[in-house]
Ligand binder design. Structure first.
Ligand code: MG
Ligand code: ZN
Length: 225
């Protein structure tokens, strides 16, 4: 059998790498400014990352419904063009701010800086930030949140975790969602859980089905809420 030809891109060969390094450094500095703002105002913040359709918004809606009597919740929802998620969040009963990133495929710390200026920080104590649906570059742009949560769905297939090691490494919590569809998708949930452990042994893994109402308590526990 013929061996596959592989083109490996070395870091130095990526165009504009120097610009990017400056950018990442500036982002990190702004992220720590954001963190200070959260801490000063006693706001617990969670960066929710995951592919389009993994269930980020549904999980946030679910948490809002469960926690809105205990916390004053706001959501910053990133999306390339639509406001669908921000509307869904408002319906669930939380204040929401929408960031349309246009061609941008991730949120960055500056966008969050600007968005939190629009929030009445004294009025909230829990903030979810729904990142743009993408599992690649949000890993490089910390936002200053206390927790990073990555949502994957069994509908994304059996290799979802091992193909995205960088974002899994950044995660404090990994949610494996839509487990009610695992058999149909021929995906082994236990294997996905083990894949996470191999990449990031300190990440907490929670398996959920929003549709069937499975795993919410475990998620609330993992978020320490
Ligand atoms: Mg969404
Ligand atoms: Zn991006």
């Amino acid at each position: 059998m013929q061996k596959n030809k592989i083109l490996k891109v070395d870091e130095g060969e990526i165009l504009d790498i120097e610009i990017e390094e400056d950018l990442l450094k500036a982002n990190k500095e702004l992220a720590s400014v954001n963190r200070k703002t959260f801490d000063l105002n006693n706001i617990k913040s969670v960066n929710v990352m995951g592919a389009i359709g993994s269930g980020k918004t549904s999980i946030i809606q679910w948490l809002i419904k469960e926690l809105k009597n205990k916390y004053k919740i706001a959501v910053i929802a990133g999306d390339v063009t639509t406001g669908i998620d921000a509307e869904r969040i408002k319906e669930a009963g939380a204040e929401s701010i929408q960031i349309n990133t246009g061609r941008g495929c991730h949120l960055d710390a500056l966008m969050i800086r600007k968005a939190i200026k629009k929030l009445n920080l004294k009025e909230i104590n829990l903030l979810f930030i729904e990142n743009v649906g993408n599992l690649i570059c949000p890993a490089d742009f910390p936002l200053g949140t206390h927790l990073n949560m990555v949502v994957v769905s069994v509908t994304e297939g059996p290799y979802m975790i091992i193909k995205h090691p960088f974002i899994i490494k950044e995660a404090d919590i990994v949610v494996i969602n839509k487990i009610d569809l695992a058999d149909q998708m021929e995906v082994n949930v236990n294997k996905l859980v083990k894949d996470v452990g191999r990449i990031n042994s300190s990440a907490k893994v929670v398996t959920t089905s929003v549709k069937e109402g499975i795993g919410l308590n475990g998620l609330i526990e993992a978020l320490k809420l």
